[in-house]
Structure formats: structure tokens, C-alpha cells
Ligand binder design. Structure first.
Ligand code: AMP
Ligand code: MG
Length: 329
């Protein structure tokens, strides 16, 4: 019998609700995205107020679009972390209230695992080396011994933060990744710091140097192009090492930065050298969304992982390599 799970995402700028079926159909994926004022980053409290204001309409739209009566929902999943405390609590309260009202199990989901499992559902990849690149993460991940393991990561800023902070320095409003991608088209290359340390990357020197370059009069176009070429080559290098080390046959990019076509292009060339398949999560689902939580919620629920409603909590820090994944065992 087909079952339905409702998932709530609220870790950062996005409040989103989705309903998926046990067969992997995404029946709705409604969202509202908090926009920070021009030139500044996410303000956690203001983002949480925006989530509170939009939650009723987003929830109503997700239920209506899915055409699934609330009484047919088998479980409610929510992003328990990692993320911004005030934002996480809004999703936690909405999910807990719904689970109590519907008298169904509550399923806590790790947001990063959510990006990966939804990516696998949508790309058809089974056991990939994953490049998770978003506002909150820059990690190279592979599954082994019952968990997703981190094989490399950023030592400071995430790739999303690098792009957003550069864009904000230029006066754009976050998120700035797409504007930088567009500006980079036809830009010229200028040398910038390239920092790979072991299998980790560091973007802080690259950010400082690119801001200085902008302040010195280099065009936003050239700086955008050069930042993309440098940062994407760094993550492609460490992903390549992870691919060679694990001997896996698939590479998948997930997280908001997966929308970037130049990143996909470079990763496809790299994967091709190892005869590995390469796929990026589709644009509509690459950023934060309820579907990543609902689908992973179904995987967890169907393998017996849920909690009593009264035990609901949020975890601002929650690394994905401590999360058991019984559905993959
Ligand atoms: P997420 O945290 O997964 O919602 O991803 C948000 C991040 O993705 C932000 O840092 C955006 O700037 C970034 N992003 C979105 N679209 C693009 C793009 N086309 N190129 C690069 N980065 C992007
Ligand atoms: Mg994310």
C-alpha cells in the first residue's frame, strides 16, 4: 500500500513543506525563502520570524497541491539540524504539532543526509561520492559501514558562503551564487589563492583576495570568473582524490551550489577521467526544500527510526557522520 510522509525544512533561509509517497513521488514541495537585506547575511531571528509568518500558507499549499488528505499521512518528518537555532525551532514546533494532531510518528532528519538521499532519488545514483555544496556545507562524502562518511571538507567558509560574501561585498543581496554565475560568463582569469590542505579546502584567503581585487578596480565579471575557476577546481581536486580512494563509480553534486553549470562541467570532466558517472541534483531540488526531509523521513520511518512527539528537539550542530542509515544496510 502506498504511504505518505510530510516533511518540514526550516534550517536556514527556507521554510518548506513537502509530501512524498513511499514510491518516491514528490507530490508537493511548497516553500518560502527569507531574503536578507541587501549587503547583509541571514539574521537568524528575522529568518525565524519570516518562517513563522509563512508557515500556515506554505503548509496549506503543500497539502492542497499533494491532494493527499491529512488523515492519510503516515509520519511527519522535520529537519532536526544542523542549522540556525531560531529557524530550526519553527520547523520543530510545526512538525511536532502536526504529528500530535494526526497521531502519527515524528521522524527527525539530518538536513545534510536529506540533501544526499533526495539527490540519490532524483538522479538514480546508488552509491556515489557526494559533493555537498551549499550555504551550510562543503563536504566530500561517501557511504561506508552504515553511515555517510566525510572524506574532506572546508576548514572555514562553505562554498556558498564564499560566493554570498563576495556578492554582498559587491552590494548584492544573498544568496548571490546565481548572480556570480551569470557575471562570470565571458569573464577573464586572474590568479587567486588556491588552498587545498590534505583532502580539505580553505576559502577564507580566496575570499579576502577576491574582495581586495574588486576594491582594486578589477571588474566584478573577471573576479566572479576567477573565483569560480579557483574554488571549483579546489573542490573537484578533493572529490577526485576521494573517488580514486574509494573506487566508486558515481559522483553526485547536491546542495544549492549544485545549480551551477560551470561546477557541473568541471566535475563531469573529472569524473570522466575515472569512467565514473556524474550527476547534479535537479535545479528545483538542489537547494533546501521539504522534499529532502520528507523523502529521508520516509526512508528512516520505514526502517523503524522515529521518536515520541514529546522527545522532539533541535540540534544546531549535528554532523552527518554520526547518523545511522539503517535503510542503506
Ligand atoms: P542551500 O543552502 O542548499 O539552500 O544553498 C544555498 C546556496 O547556494 C547559496 O549560497 C547560493 O548562493 C548558492 N547557489 C544557488 N544557486 C547557485 C548557482 N547557480 N551557482 C552557485 N551557487 C548557487
Ligand atoms: Mg542545505
Amino acid at each position: 500500500m502506498k504511504r505518505f510522509v510530510l516533511g518540514v525544512e526550516s534550517t536556514a533561509h527556507t521554510f518548506s513543506v513537502s509530501i512524498v509517497s513511499s514510491e518516491g513521488e514528490i507530490l508537493s514541495n511548497s516553500k518560502s525563502v527569507y531574503k536578507a537585506p541587501e549587503g547583509s547575511g541571514i539574521h537568524p531571528f528575522e529568518a525565524s520570524q519570516s518562517h513563522i509568518a509563512s508557515a500556515p500558507a506554505v503548509l496549506a499549499a503543500a497539502v492542497e497541491t499533494s491532494k493527499v488528505p491529512l488523515g492519510e499521512i503516515s509520519a511527519v518528518a522535520y529537519a532536526m539540524g544542523p542549522g540556525l537555532g531560531p529557524c530550526l525551532r519553527v520547523g520543530g514546533v510545526v512538525a511536532r504539532t502536526l504529528a500530535a494532531k494526526l497521531e502519527v510518528p515524528l521522524v527527525p532528519v539530518n538536513h545534510a543526509v536529506g540533501h544526499i538521499e533526495l539527490g540519490c532519488l532524483l538522479t538514480g545514483m546508488k552509491d556515489p561520492v557526494v559533493l555537498l555544496v551549499s550555504g551550510g556545507h562543503t563536504m566530500i562524502i561517501s557511504h561506508s559501514g552504515g553511515r555517510w562518511r566525510v572524506l574532506g571538507e572546508s576548514l572555514d567558509l562553505t562554498l556558498g558562503q564564499l560566493l554570498d560574501q563576495l556578492g554582498r561585498h559587491h552590494g548584492l543581496a544573498s544568496p548571490c551564487g546565481r548572480a556570480i554565475e551569470e557575471a562570470a560568463m565571458g569573464g577573464g582569469y586572474r590568479r587567486l589563492p588556491y588552498a587545498v590542505k590534505g583532502n580539505d579546502v580553505s576559502f577564507s584567503g580566496l575570499l579576502t583576495a577576491s574582495k581586495t581585487m574588486l576594491d582594486g578596480g578589477t571588474s566584478f565579471k573577471d573576479v566572479s570568473y576567477s573565483v569560480q575557476e579557483t574554488a571549483f577546481a579546489m573542490v573537484a581536486e578533493v572529490t577526485e582524490r576521494a573517488l580514486a580512494f574509494t573506487g566508486k563509480r558515481e559522483v553526485m553534486i547536491v546542495g544549492g551550489v549544485a545549480a551551477n553549470r560551470r561546477l557541473s562541467e568541471m566535475m563531469t570532466v573529472m569524473a570522466g577521467r575515472h569512467s565514473a558517472a556524474m550527476a547534479s541534483s535537479p535545479l528545483e531540488y538542489s537547494g533546501d526544500c521539504g522534499a529532502q526531509i520528507a523523502w529521508t523521513g520516509w526512508l528512516a520511518y520505514s526502517s523503524g527510526s522515529w521518536i515520541p512527539v514529546q522527545d522532539a528537539k533541535v540540534r544546531q550542530s549535528w554532523r552527518l557522520d554520526v547518523v545511522d542509515t539503517p535503510w542503506r544496510s
